[in-house]
Ligand binder design. Structure first.
Ligand code: SF4
Length: 714
């Protein structure tokens, strides 16, 4: 039997654990299968046992960390003083987040894995660019246990974006070698994730063409090994080609590659065997398996777990378990609406049935989630990508008891889902340096200057903290009594509480800085002139005004009938039972979600053809589901033309419709820039800059990045 071919007796029935099954049945192995199967089985058990060892139980050589640890001596946890270890002490049976583990010969310093995340940062020719290398190395320096690259294509076809990395020629080795060297220098091992991206129709490929793919994968694996990667991971899901073959939703073949699970697994297992032959017996291979595609007719949890079990016996040293594909991205990249996360429970089923270590990924953002997964025994490692995009130093901060300073991922998917926007590059709302790690951090000022920031929203706080780090003497004015700006309001609708964590982080960042914060004070022209700073940054956000173009909407005889979305979210305006929301951008739709969830009848009208077009594609279907469930009516290409005596006139499809039974109209459109002070101050202050929504209303990502960039260049 060739290596990698599972023995038939070990294809256990659903739900029967590996140990229970083998206690009953493995006598057959001794009688009827080759010695090679038994050797693989024992080796897998050894791997599993070693992954569960603590550092002190492991051989000294295996516990050695690379010389250049990302932690300074001061940051190294003390035997009895590691706050995080105390706070997150796991219940049996799982390991601690910071217990060392291993995947075959890959020794990980802890249980946090940087899981594959599409970046769009490779060159057009598929090389690892300085941008891509820096992004990955920053996470290695931040203390992750293992760095996995994004999916690297083994072919020039099937690219998921035009800047997808490739390993199709030997010319691609150099960039990956640079990455491997730098990741190792930072103290982490590296796994190169290999894939062949989706094809239009997997049924159109001939059996010969499919068989030839084994060679392409094997060549790429050889290049990864030559470049210095410590492991190769094979993508068997996510809607990529091998996943398309595995999925009944896309595979309708009638040859030996279609039909039964045996047939659909034929090529994936053959590719694994080809990789093994190419990289040798001792080189670690990992497999990425999508155990629930969340697609009509796609891989179900039962079949997905069964596939993972079979793959685990094909000579791999670990499994990465995920949910969702490129066709169901809302689950592959779960936003804040996906609760609970589906992957951990399925990973637990896999873990129960296999003997190799299990990594689970998919929306794990917080230390609490990660700790719970490990402590609950659902997985051996947690894969994080967006959480580490938001804060590359997350592991180091947790390890050294600085959890409050971890920049949170808020689950917005606004800037980090590269594949959905064609030529998009990886960015992050809460981390303005994400995707720009190759740029040097801003220099410190040699002689301090006075700088005033007006506005305590995210853009203002990021500007203030960055300026303080550069050595400016910074004062920040916020007219409200709290920091956070519109983010405080955006955290109010259902499932948006993660934004509140970011507001808490903004407060913490100010508290940790030298910025003087003046809350509840309006920084007007006279105040700013009196302070005579050298730099003023106006970051007051946008103003939400009633659209002046709608006759009657601001009628003073209708007090309380027309209110703003901000007033509603702030709890400052009573809202009746029957509500019309004018404006269906994200704020309008989320306000509708909030009000309809409270039992109100809600109509949303918007003049555009696709009212929710600006909601990220991975969020939109989930928000739409919620609105539908709450019976919210969304009127597209509908324009409010007049409000009179509590009657709203809406033009839609060439006719005017009267809505005369409404209790409240909520205005969620009409944001205006907020830069009036700029020209007056320019006469007295050397540098006046307007940033963020105050300059022009747009996405939070653009506003925060602009604030950071502005201060970095001062
Ligand atoms: S853009 Fe939003 S979801 Fe994506 S990593 Fe950043 S905070 Fe998280």
């Amino acid at each position: 039997m060739p290596r990698g071919t599972p023995a038939a007796h070990c294809w256990r029935p659903w739900g029967l654990s590996a140990r229970r099954h083998c206690a009953r049945n493995c006598a057959w192995a001794m009688l009827g299968t080759t010695w090679r199967h038994m050797r693989d089985w024992r080796r897998e058990l050894e791997v599993r046992v070693s992954s569960e060892n603590t550092a002190s139980e492991r051989p000294a050589s295996e516990n050695e960390r690379p010389e250049e640890s990302p932690l300074t001596p001061e940051e190294q946890p003390q035997a009895d003083g590691d706050k995080v270890a105390e706070a997150t002490a796991p219940a049996a049976p799982g390991p601690d987040l910071f217990a060392p583990g291993s995947l075959g010969t890959v020794a990980a310093a802890n249980r946090i894995v940087l899981s594959p995340l599409e970046t769009g940062l490779a060159s057009a020719e598929g090389e690892f660019t300085p941008e891509l290398v820096s992004y990955l190395v920053a996470r290695a320096r931040g203390g992750v246990g293992l760095v996995m690259t994004e999916a690297v294509n083994v072919s020039e076809t099937g690219l998921t974006n035009s800047r997808m990395p490739r390993l199709t020629t030997n010319d691609h080795i150099a960039g990956l070698r640079t990455l491997a060297e730098e990741v190792h220098r930072a103290g982490a091992p590296l796994a190169a994730t290999l894939t062949l991206g989706p094809v239009d129709d997997v049924n159109a490929l001939t059996a010969e063409e499919l068989a030839q793919l084994q060679g392409q994968f094997a060549e790429a694996a050889g290049r990864a090994q030559t470049a210095g990667a410590d492991a190769v991971a094979l993508e068997l899901g996510n809607g990529h080609l091998l996943g398309q073959l595995l999925s009944p939703a896309s595979n309708a073949r009638e040859d030996e590659y279609g039909g039964s699970l045996d047939n659909r697994l034929r090529l994936p297992l053959a590719v694994l065997a080809a990789l093994r032959e190419r990289v040798g017996e001792d080189f670690p291979l990992l497999a990425c398996v999508t155990v629930d595609e969340r697609l009509e007719g796609g891989v179900t949890p039962e079949e997905g777990v069964e596939s993972a079990c079979r793959v685990s016996r094909a000579g791999v040293q670990g499994l990465l378990i995920t949910v969702g594909t490129v066709r169901s991205r809302q689950y592959a990249a779960p936003c804040h609406y996906v609760v609970p996360l589906p992957a951990p429970a399925l990973a637990a089923k896999v873990k129960e049935a296999v003997v190799v270590p299990v990594v689970v990924a998919g929306g794990i953002r917080t230390v609490a989630e990660a700790t719970e997964i490990l402590a609950g025994g659902q997985a051996d490692f947690v894969g994080m990508s967006r959480a580490l995009l938001a804060d590359p130093e997350l592991p180091m901060k947790l390890r050294t008891g600085r959890e409050a300073s971890v920049v949170p991922c808020i689950g917005c998917n606004q800037a980090c889902v590269v594949g959905e926007g064609g030529g998009r590059l990886l960015r992050c709302v809460t981390n303005p340096r994400a995707g720009f790690e190759h740029e040097p951090t801003p220099l410190r000022m040699l002689s301090p200057r006075d700088l005033v920031v007006v506005g305590g929203g995210p853009a203002g706080v990021v500007a203030a903290v960055t300026a303080a780090q550069r050595g400016f003497r910074v004062t920040l004015f916020e007219q409200e009594t709290q920091i956070g700006g519109r983010f405080r309001l955006a955290a109010v609708p259902p499932h948006k509480a993660l934004l509140g964590r970011y507001v808490e982080w903004l407060k913490q960042a100010l508290a940790d800085s030298t910025v003087k914060v003046r809350l509840g004070e309006r920084a007007d022209y006279e105040t700013l002139r009196g302070l005579a700073p050298e730099v003023v940054i106006l970051a007051g956000g946008a103003s939400l005004d009633l659209p002046e173009t709608i006759p009657g909407i601001a009628d003073p005889l209708l007090p309380g009938f027309v209110v703003s979305a901000d007033e509603v979210l702030a709890g400052k305006a009573p809202v009746g039972k029957r509500v019309m929301i004018v404006g269906a951008r994200r704020v309008g739709l989320e306000t509708a979600d909030l009000l309809a969830g409270d039992g109100r009848h809600v109509i949303v009208c918007d003049s555009s053809q696709a009212p929710d077009a600006l909601v990220p594609a991975t969020v939109r279907p989930l928000l739409e589901e919620r609105l539908k469930a709450n019976k919210v009516e969304v009127l597209a290409e509908a324009t409010v033309v007049r409000v009179r005596d509590m009657v709203v006139f809406v033009r839609q499809g060439g006719r005017i419709v009267q809505y005369d039974s409404l209790d409240t109209v909520v205005v969620a459109c009409g944001w205006r820039r907020n830069d009036e002070l700029a020209s007056r101050l320019a006469e007295h202050v050397a540098t006046v800059v307007v940033v963020g929504d105050a300059r022009s209303p747009r996405t939070a990502m653009a506003a925060i990045r602009e604030a950071y960039e502005t201060v970095a260049k001062l």
